[in-house]
Design a protein around this ligand. Structure first.
Ligand code: CP
Ligand code: NVA
Length: 301
């Protein structure tokens, strides 16, 4: 019996062994960029289907696919028949006969899951309303490079704790056994939790003795109509000097980017942590090469 097809659809139920395999591959790809001879995607074409904007995810996947020997085919979902109502399960069955893997950025988590099921090709979640798992693997790679093993560390996520990035952090905390404190105003707290997670509305409690202060935009893609309400309700949830002073001495500030200065993060704190934040952005490339390699190792049914 052949092994089941591998997908990377989220960190929910994604096991520690696989995360560690991906991070080890990522570190190797990073250390040996330009000299490594592995070409796990040789002769393959991978489609990127994006229904939302992207800079980092798109560029890092396109470059990563090419560096792994494959071809990247970027498809704007709105230009496809998907945008005119063709069902995802039909799109999936067509692409599954033409390309070797798919990377999807969209709204509903069920769309990437349905695509994986119907296409029968390796499928990657490049951000949905529920999760942003590729981001969190790059974040963990960054944290471990700078601070050592993440197990036991305190990560403070400040801001919109109901967003996709925060949700993927919640799942990762349980799998990798680190402490995650989520600080959000009322109405924006995570609806999922586990024994490694503390939910609070108190930003100071979250920042106190943290190893990492982390934030994301207050207005995620698709929620633009709520912008003015959100900007008002998130006041007081900014990562700034006052908050950073409560964290551990060696603490670092990370942001998945794009950043909105003087909303979720102050200009000064961002620039002081620019080395960390742009290392984090660069690590998207290395982490995603790890993910692609991990997927391509699969014996396909
Ligand atoms: N952090 C992130 O996913 O960035 P992009 O939206 O630019 O891809
Ligand atoms: N939560 C943000 C992440 C952007 C990378 C969004 O979904 O827009």
């Amino acid at each position: 019996m052949s092994a089941p097809l591998r997908h990377f659809l989220g960190l929910k139920d994604f096991d520690e062994k696989s995360i560690r395999e991906i991070l080890t591959l990522a570190a190797r790809y990073k250390a040996e960029r330009g000299s490594i001879s592995w070409r796990p995607l040789a002769g393959q074409t991978w489609a990127l289907i994006f229904n939302k904007s992207s800079t980092r995810t798109r560029v890092s996947f396109e470059v990563g696919i090419r560096e792994l020997g494959g071809n990247a085919l970027f498809l704007n979902g709105n230009d496809m028949q998907l945008g005119r109502g063709e069902p995802i399960k039909d799109t999936a069955r067509v692409l599954g006969r033409m390309v070797h893997g798919a990377i999807i950025r969209t709204f509903a988590q069920s769309d990437v899951e349905d695509f994986a099921q119907y296409s029968k090709i390796p499928t990657v979640n490049a951000l949905t309303d529920d999760e942003h798992p590729c981001q969190i693997l790059a974040d963990i790679l960054t944290i471990e490079e700078k601070l050592g093993p993440i197990a036991g560390k305190k990560i403070a996520f400040i801001g919109d704790c109901a967003c996709n990035v925060a949700r993927s952090w919640v799942y990762a905390a349980e799998t990798l056994k680190f402490n995650l404190t989520l600080a959000a105003p009322e109405g924006y707290q995570s609806t999922i939790t586990n024994s490694f997670v503390t939910l609070t509305s108190d930003v100071k409690e979250a920042a106190k003795d943290a190893d990492v202060l982390y934030t994301d935009v207050w207005v995620s893609m698709g929620l633009e109509a709520e912008k003015s309400k959100r900007l008002a309700e998130f006041q007081g949830y900014q990562i700034n000097h006052e908050l950073a002073a409560l964290a551990k001495k060696h603490a670092i500030v990370l942001h998945c980017l794009p950043a909105y200065r003087d909303q979720e993060i102050s200009e000064k704190i961002l620039e002081e942590n620019a080395q960390h934040i742009f290392d984090q952005a660069e690590n998207r490339l290395h982490a995603q090469k790890g993910i692609l390699h991990w997927l391509a190792e699969l014996p396909v049914e």
